[in-house]
Design a protein. Structure first.
Length: 40
């Protein structure tokens, strides 16, 4: 694999992973809140 491709792809993949992680955490929190309200 070309080194330049790795150099360009790494920060893009890190940023995408970081964003998905935080979006996923927020989505789980919203889901838990919805379920809690539905039970109450």
């Amino acid at each position: 694999m070309d080194g330049r491709l790795v150099l360009v792809a790494t920060p893009v993949l890190l940023a995408a992973g970081w964003a998905l992680f935080h979006i996923g955490r927020a989505a789980v929190g919203q889901l838990q809140l919805m379920l809690k309200r539905a039970r109450a």
